[in-house]
Design a protein around this ligand. Sequence first.
Ligand code: NAD
Length: 260
Amino acid sequence: ILKGKTAVITGSTSGIGLAYALAFAAEGAAVVINGFGDAEAIETIRGELAAASGAAALYDAADMTKPEQIASLVERAADETGSVDILVNNAGVQHVAPIESFPPEKMEAILAINLTSAWYAMRAAVPLMKANGWGRIISTASAHSLVASPNKSAYVMAKHGLVGLTKTIALETAQHGVTVNCISPGYVWTPLVEAQIPDTMTARGMTREQVMNDVLLAAQPTKAFVTPEQVAALALFLCRDEAKAITGANLSVDGGWTAA
Ligand code: NAD
């Protein structure tokens, strides 16, 4: 369903972003992946994506804290593949600490990577999508765009902000064939979640098992982690023509977390 289209996915060298890239490539899209990681591993992923799609697969190392690199990521994607039809703002980082010991530089980095980067990427991609009369912008928000948890002040403020940005750009593009939505996962088992377990153990004085069961899955009524593939399946649906009336929405994939 995505033959001839290009998807740019920020933060797609692992986790949910990689699942989006694989899902889009399987439908024939050219994909532009981005994020950090081992160069050889990234090159292997790039090759697999190209083989799966039969289309271009590019890697761009743009740092989401650098506005000029974000703009050039979008420009390069358009130059080398012919268009940017789908933009997925997915890069994200987390830091867990009470506000009084939360390092300001970590707060600034979370805002830049999880929120401001999406503004810059949309600013670069929207004119291309408007000119084509078709576009899909999807941002990975979080259950933390709807509810809060202690010790995640920067992340919760960034994810709430992403929803406001999404609504605004949905209105600005509503008559141009472009839809703009957030997907809000609950806990998905990825490196991002694994990495916050030690900090949560320290912040709450808990064991690893207690953090998994009493903090992470405590919030999720299904008592199961969401999978990256389940999140990517919704993104793929949003790219279909049947989904063109869905815009400005924040769609939960959270095992019932925000229903509670
Ligand atoms: P992940 O750590 O596996 O992936 C994060 C990606 O972002 C990686 O590719 C990483 O290299 C990239 N990245 C980090 N800093 C970057 C920077 N400065 N510039 C460019 N790329 C950068 O994590 P994930 O869990 O797959 O998270 C993806 C998104 O999903 C994030 O926005 C996260 O907030 C969101 N999310 C995750 C969960 C979860 O439970 N895992 C739940 C809700 C929302």
